[in-house]
Design a protein around this ligand. Structure first.
Ligand code: SF4
Length: 459
């Protein structure tokens, strides 16, 4: 923790986990309630940068209304002999980390999805200008990454400037992702890892391969490679492939070894291309969640910015609790939107032939990557928004997942009646004595719970 004479706050890792809840917030910058937000890092010639400069285009914090929500852009420009284009995305991702070092300032997510808050207390203590935030970031970036020789920040809150900045940033993200799409896993000798999010999710280890962009959607294989070369002690590192143990699931002995080591023994096996058994761990930064829908044996996808409930009746936030925190959650996977464009997208689970539902906006965004014969079969909120209608709709559009309904019970050696789900519970669950021999049978049961808490008696 460090107090900087000219700054009205302290900063350090100690503040990294700080959350600013609605009632404690002075203003919100970006976030789900506004349309235009983005952060972008660009490398420049040294002569183009005034080292340490911080500009604010549009109203500054002191000119904003308390409780207000504002469109927001962060432009970081850097120069240095060792700074190359490939490093831009990785440096950009560190904005999240360093903003969170600032007492009373919260930063979530990345790229076009940033969500920041200034706390009331921090504002009261003097965080009344974004220039202070910029000064802190300049200091932190230069202290942590000596390859940065010159750095300047521009914060944008002016309405029309943010719109223009946002669309420029989207073009740049698109170009970064498109470049990575040209490579295949088989073309490279090693993959790369990232543990930047371990400050929030201590057992989370990202593996980044050409066909599997990091789940935050911000780090491609090229980005992670460049970062591991210039900052070998930083959060990015090479992962030797080792042996290919399962081509379809995407299991490599090298990934298993490195993940085990970096997760302190918590995670021993990783499947790159499946949401079952040993899925990739998820921290909290994922752009979307793939979730298993047992009632139809299919997979749904919900992106972070989807308002309302997914087809299974759960909102993104409820499923994020289940998927995130660095765990491996059988049937849940945090992933990048770009991963849906991968030729190996969930290939072990059936790929697009197993996807039964995703919101229309996301479907539109990745439509080119959906096989033509599946485009009308993957349903959206405009077709169906609850599980009971989902099954009928899937039959109607002749979704290939319907064929599984006949096959799977035989494989599993049991009958499964999708029409009337039956659940058996022991009588003890309703207070009958143990061994009463009574069982409770729930027919056509629909149970929704945001969370199940198991408590020991007397606690
Ligand atoms: S989600 Fe993964 S790649 Fe992205 S910053 Fe976190 S650890 Fe790194």
């Amino acid at each position: 923790m460090e107090a900087v004479a000219e700054l009205p706050f302290e900063m350090g890792m100690i503040y990294e986990g700080e959350r600013i809840r609605g009632p404690d917030m002075y203003v919100e910058l970006g976030g789900p309630k506004v349309k235009y937000k983005a952060e972008l890092t660009q490398s420049r010639e040294a002569s183009e940068i005034e080292d340490g400069l911080v500009k604010v285009i549009g109203p500054d914090l002191s000119e904003m209304e308390e409780g207000g929500r504002y469109n927001f852009g962060i432009l970081m420009e850097v120069a240095g002999e060792k700074i190359e284009k490939d490093l831009e995305a990785v440096l950009e991702r560190r904005i999240h980390e360093f903003c969170n070092y600032v007492e009373g300032f919260m930063h979530l997510n990345q790229r076009y999805d940033i969500w920041c808050r200034v706390g009331k207390k921090a504002y009261g203590k003097g965080l009344t200008s974004l220039k202070f935030l910029g000064m802190a970031l300049v200091k932190l970036f230069k202290a942590e990454l000596p390859i940065i020789e010159k750095i300047q920040f521009t914060f944008i809150t002016d309405e029309s400037e943010v719109v223009e900045f946002h669309s420029r940033a989207l073009e740049i993200y698109k170009a970064r992702d498109a470049r990575a799409r040209e490579l295949k896993d088989e073309d490279v000798d090693e993959f790369y890892g990232c543990v930047l999010c371990q400050s929030f999710a201590p057992t989370h280890v990202c593996t980044v391969t050409p066909t599997r962009i990091a789940l935050c959607g911000a780090i491609t294989w090229f980005d992670a490679r460049a970062a591991s070369r210039v900052d070998p002690k930083g959060p990015n590192f090479p992962i030797p492939k080792g042996d290919l143990l399962d081509e379809v699931r995407g299991e490599y002995s090298g990934i298993n070894d490195v993940t085990k080591e970096k997760s302190l023994g918590e995670v021993e096996r990783v499947y790159l291309h499946s949401i079952f058994d040993h899925p990739h761990t998820s921290c909290g930064c994922f752009e979307s969640i793939a979730f298993y829908i047992p009632e139809v044996d299919g997979i749904g996808i919900v992106p972070r910015d989807f308002q309302g409930e997914a087809v299974n009746g759960l909102a993104f936030s409820a499923m994020a609790t289940q998927a995130g925190g660095g765990k491996q959650s059988h049937g849940f996977l945090g992933m990048a939107i770009e991963y849906m464009r991968s030729p190996k997208f969930l290939q072990a689970d059936g790929g697009w032939e197993r996807i039964v539902w995703l919101p229309s906006q996301t479907k539109e965004a990745v439509l080119d990557s959906i096989p033509e014969e599946m485009r009308d079969k993957v349903l959206t909120e405009n077709d169906v928004n609850n599980i009971s209608d989902l099954k009928d709709k899937l039959i109607e559009v002749e979704h290939p997942v319907v064929n599984r309904w006949e096959e799977e019970p035989e494989e599993a050696g049991e009958e499964r009646d999708l029409e009337a789900p039956v659940m058996e519970l022991p009588g003890e669950m309703v207070g009958l004595p143990a061994g009463s021999g009574v069982r409770i049978i729930l027919e056509n049961a629909r149970i929704h719970a945001d969370r199940v808490i198991l408590k020991k008696e007397g606690k």
